[in-house]
Ligand binder design. Structure first.
Ligand code: GCO
Length: 464
């Protein structure tokens, strides 16, 4: 991420000067007494729970391996990626997957969340590439041979360029193409894969693509091209909710549909305003990134009311019957402070524009537990190039997860760390380092970071 800061600066520019005079601040958020918390006794039983890493094909294999994707076209534009970088082969998981599966095994993983890339499977509309299908069979079979259960994401921010050209998720009539792809993949892999995430993070996908301008098709939030639109973002988000329901129903009717667990993935991203002037902007962001989706999960009605754009669509009133589990992506909670994304003084920032905030992870799990569905933590990790905060992050967040399981019986079935290795972090290119393994992008060698090693001690098969 990093997208909200620029937008908030723009919106808050006029308030920035005034905020310098603010003396009253809002109370600091919930903070645990970490000095007196012992995280060394926390352990999760891998006989009862999945532990893995989360990957996304484009981030790990890049434009060179996925030339027919919308990202491969989009990232070439000047200004699209920081420092003028391009993804290239990224860390070349496409070819090095066997090495990487061994690395997962070394960490003690018994699962992996990966994405099957639509542009690889269907590079041209209606033409499915059997060699790509075979490739994914090889990847999944290699995982299974090592005792690694795959969870497959069907859309992780990337789709074929032909789908982009026809307006992608802007148009309801295009959803049938996504459903057809999902049905095709399910028909090939459902005997081997039982955990599915149709769409990764609908909120960030819609807002990055149509408001912030860090994702295709828009370029730059200040480029007021015809694609930039709060209204279109809402329309896309509503269509993504609809797509989830269509895909769920289609897959459930197929052979192995009864065995499949099909989840709804959500990046739980809360925003708070540091002082009274920042509160309105925090409220708007909280609404668009989080509240809209949580309200949808409660009612099945998609209500979008932001920036003067209003829309109400009944998607499916019994929405929870179309969700077998909730996939929670959680990183932190953002504090808008003086028009910028910061943290409180006593907190530690990550390399992204948010702090280490495990208390928020606990709160997010609690909030999502209201839906009474199993929860998989489908992403959780830290960008930390210096590797001087990773160990603290891992210990605190895993402690928070165990506390949620203990305090209110949070039904957590699995945990996926983002990510196995450094990769292509979208508009930031290779700037941000989320990997447990550091990647040398010249030689593609992977090296376990000292701050990452502690994760192994948290996940173990315990005696019955
Ligand atoms: C997201 C994505 C990942 C990111 C990760 C780190 O949450 O934006 O699912 O693709 O790389 O979150 O920012």
């Amino acid at each position: 991420m990093g997208f909200f800061m620029k937008l908030s600066i723009t919106i808050n520019k006029s308030l920035l000067f005034l905020s310098l005079f603010i003396v009253s601040t809002l109370p600091a958020r919930d903070a645990w007494d970490w000095k007196n918390i012992d995280t060394s006794t926390v352990v999760f039983d891998t006989n009862k729970m999945l532990f893995g890493v989360a990957l996304a094909e484009y981030q790990n294999s890049g434009a060179t391996n996925l030339p027919n994707s919308n990202w491969a076209h989009w990232e070439k534009q000047p200004g699209a990626i920081e420092n003028g970088q391009t993804s290239g082969v990224a860390c070349d998981f496409w070819h090095l997957y066997k090495t990487d599966i061994n690395l997962m095994k070394d960490l003690g993983c018994n699962s992996c969340r990966l994405s099957i890339d639509w542009s690889a499977i269907e590079p041209q509309e209606g033409k499915f590439d059997e060699s790509a299908v075979q490739h994914y069979h090889d990847v999944i079979d290699s995982m299974l041979a090592k005792g690694i259960t795959p969870m497959v994401t069907l859309h992780h921010f990337v789709h074929p360029q032909w789908f982009e050209a026809m307006g992608a998720f802007e148009k309801q009539e295009n959803l049938k193409f996504f459903v057809r792809f999902c049905v095709f993949v399910f028909s090939k892999f459902s005997s081997k894969v039982h955990l599915w995430c149709p769409i990764n993070e609908s909120g960030p996908l819609a807002f990055q693509s149509y408001i912030i301008g860090h994702f295709p098709p828009t370029l730059g939030y200040t480029h007021l091209g015809f694609k930039f639109s709060f209204g279109t973002a809402g329309q896309v988000l509503g269509n993504l909710m609809k797509a989830h329901v269509l895909v769920y129903n289609a897959l459930k009717q197929m052979p192995n549909g009864d065995k499949a667990q099909i989840g709804f993935n959500h990046q739980y991203l809360n925003f708070e305003g540091y002082n009274v002037w920042d509160k309105p902007i925090a409220t708007v962001f909280r609404y668009t990134f989080n509240t809209v989706i949580l309200e949808f999960l409660k009612t099945g009605i998609f209500r979008y009311d932001a920036y003067g754009f209003k829309a109400t669509r009944i998607i499916y009133k019994d929405i929870l019957s179309c969700i077998d589990f909730i996939g929670l992506n959680y990183y932190s909670e953002v504090i808008i402070r003086g028009g910028d994304a910061r943290c409180y003084d006593h907190e530690v920032m990550t390399d992204m524009q948010y702090a280490i905030y495990a208390e928020g992870f606990y709160a997010a799990i609690k909030d999502l537990s209201q839906f009474k569905k199993p929860i998989y933590i489908t992403e959780n990790g830290i960008g930390d190039a210096k590797d001087d905060r990773r160990e603290t992050f891992i210990k605190r967040y895993l402690y928070a997860m165990s506390r949620a399981m203990h305090d209110f019986n949070a039904d957590i079935k699995g945990y996926y760390y983002w990510s196995l290795m450094d990769n292509f972090e979208w508009e930031h290119g290779r700037l941000h380092k989320f990997g447990l393994y550091e990647v040398n992008f010249d030689t593609l060698t992977r090296t376990l970071r000292p701050g990452a090693a502690c994760i192994k001690q948290f996940f173990k098969p315990l005696p019955a």
